[in-house]
Design a protein around this ligand. Structure first.
Ligand code: GCB
Length: 589
């Protein structure tokens, strides 16, 4: 547009977001465990900015003086003086006046850095919901989309001794995002996972993937390694307990090696992990890694060559007090509720990537995981930008967790309509997951074809395992139809019942025919497990859900803003009657 002479971009521009979209955070640094890092957790300052003035008027430049005249000019921000906000946290649970706030929030803090020569410095964010725009010392750095996966930004060239960091966080819902605007969970906003300053040498190991080679008779491991800062070089892999010391040649930043080795195989019964060290020039990283094989043969799921039934439960990250922020203790309690309480071996982490620490602790404790990206319900399957966002979230999740033995399934979505656009979109995601990691199974939670009363979904042909959500006895009241559906179906691959369930308010008792009571829910679990347990092609289940969770669309007198299908109340302690029913079923399998 030609400037009419009085055009003021601060107030007249309608594309104020566009100028930021060119620079996006990438996966320049992905491996951070065991690295030299400083946490930026603590008190930041914070202000809501629903009109997005910071983006419109480039507040990050913090202009208070006119450059040409040296005169003071008015400004609308006061980053240093704004109220405090804890990082990490969700603003919704931190401040009651922000409980339903879903727009832009501005975060600010200062930090100091003692620079060492030749060192590279990165900002690393574990999770910011949903979009983050990052600014440092008066410069715009990059943005990132996706509420649940990490990102990093190199700041080597713009970091100083004293630094001013601004992060504009946009938590608005939109039909072009992943997930779209309609979800059955609460839209928490903010910098709700850790933020770090990470230092690396000038040449460093960006990422690696170490695993058992599929179909190698459990006798070979493979390493892919990616190095930044040099195109040629060597990486040394050592796994002392296996007697491995191997030099891997790096060409064009990448190295690959296969090594004969017979590790003790990782399993829920024996979650054996090996200390692993990788070094390259001045860089050294450490990890603890388990080796195991997961595959599908016909309608069977094989863990380390043996048939396994996945005795699971679904779980959201939602916590009444912390929102989507979580703690090590709460993850450990969840694992114990499943492993010890339910006698289970599997958790479906729904419907988005949970915090990195979950899979780490699952590796340690021995529980299998399903990890998922929020391709949920009716997202914009015909939109290219939406696809790029979904694929990026998938790549970030897989890259983050593909060294975790506990993770056995990547899920590319949940309950999506079987349209052509969705078929193309999700087939491409399934192919991408395989390209990034050919050692795990790909799945998605699909729906029953209700007209034909059978399991039929075109996406199934692109999946290793078919996930099925069915609510017979609840949304489809006649539970006897489940039997008919299973009789009518003849899938050529294993099925996991990824959801069934019924809402029950903890402490609400009555006859088992009465909806919303614990008795009704327990009876539904009895009937569902009887049906599922006698079906040959069902090789696992993750009923909906372990804990009650916040859901804004749930507004009747029993729900009061919560989905009450949990086997445990939202206090994460009070077990309902159905908990026992599922535990008995799993124990006696
Ligand atoms: C579903 C969805 C899940 C919901 C659940 C319910 O099918 O996958 O996100 O929360 O049903 O309770 O309706």
């Amino acid at each position: 547009m030609k400037n009419p002479g009085n055009f003021d971009s601060d107030i007249h521009a309608t594309d104020h977001r566009a100028k930021y979209e060119k620079s996006r955070a990438d996966m320049s640094l992905f491996f951070i465990d065991g690295r030299d890092k400083e946490s930026l957790a603590g008190n930041w300052t914070f202000m809501t900015d629903p009109y997005e003035s910071a983006l419109r008027a480039d507040w990050y430049r913090e202009k208070r003086i006119d450059a040409s005249t040296g005169m003071k000019i008015p400004f609308d921000f006061d980053f240093d003086l704004w109220p405090r906000m804890k990082v990490p946290s969700c603003w919704n649970t931190e401040r009651s006046d922000l409980f339903l706030y879903e727009n832009m929030g501005l975060y600010f803090r200062t930090f100091t850095i003692e620079r060492k020569d030749d060192e590279r410095i990165f900002l690393f964010f574990e999770g910011v919901a949903y979009r983050a725009y990052v600014f440092l010392n008066g410069e715009y750095l990059a943005m990132h989309d996706g509420a649940s996966t990490p990102f990093s930004i190199e700041i080597t060239d713009c970091v100083r001794t004293d630094n001013r960091l601004i992060v504009a966080v946009d938590a608005s819902r939109s039909d072009r995002r992943v997930p779209m605007s309609n979800t059955d969970w609460f839209n928490y906003g903010g910098i709700y996972r850790d933020v770090y300053i990470v230092r690396t040498p000038s040449t460093f190991i960006r990422d690696f993937f170490l695993r058992l080679v599929p179909d190698s008779g459990f006798g070979r491991i493979a390493l892919d390694v990616c190095v930044d800062g040099t195109s040629r070089g060597e990486v040394l892999l050592s796994i002392p307990e296996l007697g491995i010391e191997r030099v891997v040649t790096v060409e064009n930043g990448k190295g690959y090696a296969e090594i004969d080795a017979f590790p003790i195989l990782w399993s829920p019964d024996e979650p054996k992990l090996y200390e692993v060290k990788l070094s390259c020039e001045g860089d050294e990283i450490f990890d603890r890694i388990g080796f195991r094989e997961i595959k599908v043969e016909g309608r069977r799921i094989l863990l380390n060559g043996k048939d396994i039934f996945l005795k699971g439960i679904s779980c959201h990250e939602d916590d009444v007090d912390l929102g989507k922020s979580t703690t090590r203790e709460s993850i450990l309690a969840t694992i114990s509720n499943v492993k010890d309480g339910l006698c289970g071996n599997f958790i479906r982490l729904a419907h988005y990537p949970h915090t990195r620490e979950f899979a780490r602790l699952a590796d340690e404790k021995g529980i299998l995981l399903w990890e998922e990206i929020p391709v949920y319900w009716a997202i914009a399957f015909d939109d290219e930008g939406t696809y790029r966002d979904a694929e990026n979230q998938l790549a970030e999740l897989v890259t983050r967790d593909r060294n975790r033995a506990s993770v056995i399934i990547w899920s590319v979505g949940n309950e999506n309509p079987d349209t052509d656009a969705r078929f193309g979109f999700m087939s491409a995601l399934a192919a991408k997951a395989k390209a990034l990691d050919d050692t795990r199974c790909v799945s998605a939670a699909c729906l029953v074809n209700k007209e034909k009363e059978m399991i039929e979904d075109r996406l199934a042909s692109r999946l290793d395992i078919i996930g099925i959500n069915e609510y017979y006895g609840w949304y489809t009241p006649d539970i006897t139809r489940l039997h008919v559906v299973l009789e009518n179906s003849n899938p050529d691959r294993p099925v996991i019942i990824t959801e069934f369930g019924a809402d029950a308010r903890a402490g609400n008792h009555g006859p088992r025919e009465e909806m919303w009571t614990e008795e009704f829910q327990a009876e539904l679990y009895r009937r569902q497990t009887a049906e599922i347990g006698s079906c040959v092609f069902i090789r696992g289940m993750t009923p909906w859900i372990l804990y009650d969770f916040r859901a804004v669309r749930r507004l009747n007198r029993y729900q009061e803003g919560f989905n009450r299908k949990g086997l445990i109340d939202s206090d994460r302690k009070t077990r309902k009657l159905a908990f026992r029913v599922l535990a008995d079923f799993y124990r006696n399998m």
